[in-house]
Design a protein around this ligand. Structure first.
Ligand SMILES: *Cc1c(COP(=O)(O)O)cnc(C)c1O
Length: 666
């Protein structure tokens, strides 16, 4: 394996390789992300280029630029900033999306060839993963290239999809609970020739489909979703198994066959579907589920239905933490293994039952889009005890201070590797005593401040000591988290990373620049909502998770960090907590000459838009504000100029973004 070369222009001996290892970029980046010679994070969407985890410096610069086809994230953010497009920004990399779809298609193609599978594979994009029009249009475009399709799980999704798919080839799968209107839309779409298949989730839907098909004289293709006995240990395990809210029990499936047979419509039943959950971590569970599903398929075929399609649902996961394990944020298989497992087990079951091989469908939403989006935040500031200067020498008035503070001074000066456990316990006691004295009216605020500073100083020394030990004593396990700096991100976890808050989903996070410098701080991230849950305190690590993220000291220049692999679910699950709206989203691609091209800027929500969403009328607010200002001018509380300034602030505020704009401070 080739490694990063040492970067020599920095005074520290920190190397790009160290940054790559620290943030585990090769592990989760799968070659799509790397670091360049400037210490900037890069995106490498074209996998036919040289291995992107190599910095261009390892090749001669003139060769590196065109062939490695990298997008420099820091440079991109600077470019956008100079166009007045500010962070937080969601970057969508069109080429990464295309690349991922191609990778999935090629994995299945390889598996089909190697297993001599006698039919084909078709992925469908479940729009619920990200319904943003720009995203769906791009996905659809790439899907067409591979004869892939699309999946809608609700009436609004179906209505969007029906207007976007204008050909009769693209498969459209309709899952989710359906009413008369939903089914009628599907049947009429069949009538105009669309390749659309409603999947029966409950038996009552089958009766609606039959009635509607007769009314419009259509012979629809029909699918059924079955509840499998196999469940998957994932955060979504209730999606599958007998307790799943969707799908037919096997006994109901038998009823469905009889109903269709009696209506002379058994030939309409063509697809069998199941979805056992999202982000399936363990390939063993996938094998079990696919095997069970394939067995049901064969039996349906034998019962006389014109079975053609076997839909294995979603669940194809993403290795967010790069551990290639069965951890919730990881997966223990590659795309090729995923494809091999599915193709092999379906072929095996069908061959044993002498049933022709079906076209295999997978609804792999997460696996298609997760990689393609990167969320970039600016850091608004930081806080943490390490920002206070520690007392360097014993003060002259030591004798005048309350006793516990005097002792803390001594402990701070004398703590070492031999005595640290005892001294740490003493320090805890003295800090508590200083606090009690203060509460009883002895001791000043200054003394309390000194006790705080000294205690943190002692903890910091203890941390330095325990980190050199082979095993961290249990007692000190929380020390690092306690001493962490707080970095304030200009953004909302609730809006942009809802799964981080709701289900403790891990995402890779790293600064997008200064990777040639050692990150000397240890921080947690907190957002600008007023909710104490709006924070990120767990970060990916080689062994599980860590409580702090290595970050750089802040300077006068902006500091940007990015959250990766956020293309699936985060946008649409995000909410308006504290009325922070959608961030700006920017579509970026590489043109034929590998020049970065900013293709589309989807502006984030304005304050007016989010206020309207909660039923305020911005025009009315503006008028009220104007009245209040006029009144205040009349009462001489504001000058005319001050009134004008306040009105301007208010109106610009309504029209502006919901996030902070540090550039406006200058
Ligand atoms: C959510 C869902 C999917 C998508 O699952 P991924 O794990 O994102 O691939 C597919 N099918 C159904 C029925 C779903 O509900």
């Amino acid at each position: 394996m080739r490694t990063f070369t040492q970067h020599t222009t920095q005074s520290t001996d920190w190397s790009l390789q160290q940054s790559a290892d620290l943030y585990r970029i090769p592990a989760w980046g799968k070659g799509y992300f790397g670091i360049n010679d400037l210490g900037h994070l890069t995106v490498h969407p074209k996998q036919d280029a040289p291995p992107p985890s190599l910095p261009p410096s390892s090749i001669s610069p003139s060769v590196a630029a065109p062939s490695s086809a990298a997008i420099d994230l820091k440079e991109l953010i600077d470019q956008l900033r100079s166009r007045d497009i500010h962070t937080p920004i969601l970057l969508r990399f069109t080429d990464l999306l295309r690349e991922r779809l191609a990778e999935i298609a090629s994995a299945f193609q390889t598996a089909i060839t190697e297993n001599d599978y006698q039919s084909n594979y078709c992925a469908v994009y479940p729009v619920k993963v990200n319904q943003q029009r720009h995203v769906v249009e791009e996905v659809l475009g790439f899907c067409k290239q591979h004869n892939f399709g699309i999946e809608a799980g609700s009436k609004p999704e179906l209505l969007a999809v029906l207007a976007l798919v204008t050909d009769n080839d693209t498969p459209i799968i309709c899952n989710g609970f359906k009413d008369d209107a939903f089914i009628e839309a599907v049947i009429l779409a069949s009538k105009i020739g669309r390749n659309i298949i409603p999947v029966v989730e409950k038996l009552s839907e089958l009766r609606l489909i039959i009635r509607c098909a007769k009314k419009h004289n259509v012979r629809p293709r029909i699918g059924v979703r079955v509840k499998l006995a196999t469940t998957a240990a994932s955060k979504w395990e209730d999606s599958g198994g007998m307790r799943s809210k969707f799908g037919l029990f096997i006994s109901e499936l038998l009823d469905a066959i009889e109903i269709l047979r009696s209506e002379n419509m058994l030939d309409c039943l063509q697809l069998l579907h199941s979805h056992i959950g999202s982000q399936l971590s363990d390939s063993a569970q996938i094998k079990r589920a696919v095997n069970e599903l394939a067995r049901v398929y064969c039996e349906l075929h034998k019962s006389g239905a014109s079975m053609q399609l076997l839909d294995v649902g979603g669940g194809f996961g993403v290795d967010y933490d790069g551990s290639q394990s069965t951890a919730h944020s990881s997966i223990n298989y590659t795309p090729q293994e995923y494809a091999n497992n599915i193709i092999f087990h379906i072929k095996e079951a069908c061959d044993a039952a002498q049933v022709p091989h079906p076209t295999i469908i997978s609804e792999s939403g997460r696996a298609m889009v997760a990689y393609s989006s990167v969320l970039v935040f600016d850091i608004l500031g930081w806080s943490g005890f390490k920002r206070f200067p520690l007392p360097e020498a014993t003060p002259k008035n030591l004798e005048d201070l309350i006793k516990p503070v005097q002792t803390l001074y001594e402990t701070f000066a004398e703590i070492n590797t031999d005595n640290y456990i005892e001294y740490y316990h003493d320090a805890q006691m003295n800090r508590d005593e200083a606090l009690s004295l203060f509460n009883l009216g002895y001791g000043s605020l200054q003394e309390r401040g000194l006790a705080e500073k000294l205690f943190f100083g002692i903890c910091s020394k203890v941390l330095t000591i325990v980190k050199t030990l082979p095993d961290m004593p249990e007692e000190f396990a929380n020390l690092e988290a306690m001493l962490a700096d707080t970095y304030f991100i200009n953004g909302s976890v609730f809006q942009s990373l809802p799964d981080s808050w709701a289900i403790e989903q891990m995402f890779p996070i790293a600064p997008i620049h200064r990777l040639d410098q050692e990150p000397t701080c240890r921080g947690k991230l907190v957002d600008i909502t007023c909710d104490s849950d709006g924070r990120i305190e767990k970060f990916i690590d080689a062994t599980g998770t860590k409580d702090v993220l290595e970050l750089h000291t802040l300077t006068d220049d902006p500091y940007y960090i990015a959250v990766f692999l956020v293309g699936a679910y985060q946008e649409i699950l995000g909410d308006l907590h504290n009325l922070f709206g959608d961030t700006n989203a920017v579509h970026v691609s590489l043109d034929d000459n590998n020049q970065v091209s900013i293709d589309e800027v989807v502006e984030g929500d304005t304050v007016s838009e989010v206020l309207r969403y909660v039923q305020y009328e911005p025009e009315e607010l503006r008028r009220n504000m104007r009245r209040i200002i006029e009144q205040s001018i009349k009462n001489k509380k504001l000058t005319v100029n001050e009134g004008k300034a306040l009105r301007l602030f208010y109106e610009q505020g309504l029209a502006g973004t919901t996030y902070l704009n540090p550039d406006s401070n200058t």
